[in-house]
Design a protein around this ligand. Structure first.
Ligand SMILES: [Zn+2]
Ligand SMILES: [Zn+2]
Length: 137
């Protein structure tokens, strides 16, 4: 499947290929912190399929506790996180952040990883009142 993505401000745009269901949710504490969200979800792109059609992302190289280094790509203007990939510039395999992908609703994750650090309230979210917009008082 051909996918496209962009950051919030539109400075960075990319296209890529991925197979349906090639998406994961990660509950690790690094993903919680770096996304400022309760978890992070990614679409794994096919090797050598990611092309930046506009703009150039900035990268922050994160060193995990294991010593593993991963380049974290983001828009230097609006700060949208876009991907993580290997530090080397060749043969990169991209985990594209699902929220920046235009076709994100088509990628139901097939697995959740680092489940041990899942936030305790997440499984109860379906019980929380839901509104289609910000409720007015
Ligand atoms: Zn941007
Ligand atoms: Zn993670």
């Amino acid at each position: 499947m051909e996918i496209t993505g962009s950051c919030y401000c539109g400075e960075i745009k990319y296209q890529a290929k991925s197979q349906n269901n090639n998406a994961l949710v990660c509950h690790c504490s690094d993903c919680q912190r770096m996304s400022s969200g309760p978890f992070r979800a990614v679409i794994i792109a096919e090797p050598n399929s990611v092309v930046f059609t506009q703009g150039e992302p900035k990268e922050f190289v994160k060193t995990a506790q294991s010593g593993n280094k991963r380049a974290q790509g983001f828009c230097g203007t609006c700060g949208t996180t876009l991907y993580a990939t290997n530090e080397a510039k060749e043969d990169r395999v991209y985990g594209l952040r699902i929220g920046a992908v235009d076709q994100r609703d088509a990628f139901k994750p097939s697995a959740q990883i680092w489940a041990k650090s899942t936030l305790s309230w997440l499984s109860d979210l379906h019980e929380v009142p839901a509104f289609d917009t910000t409720p007015q008082n």
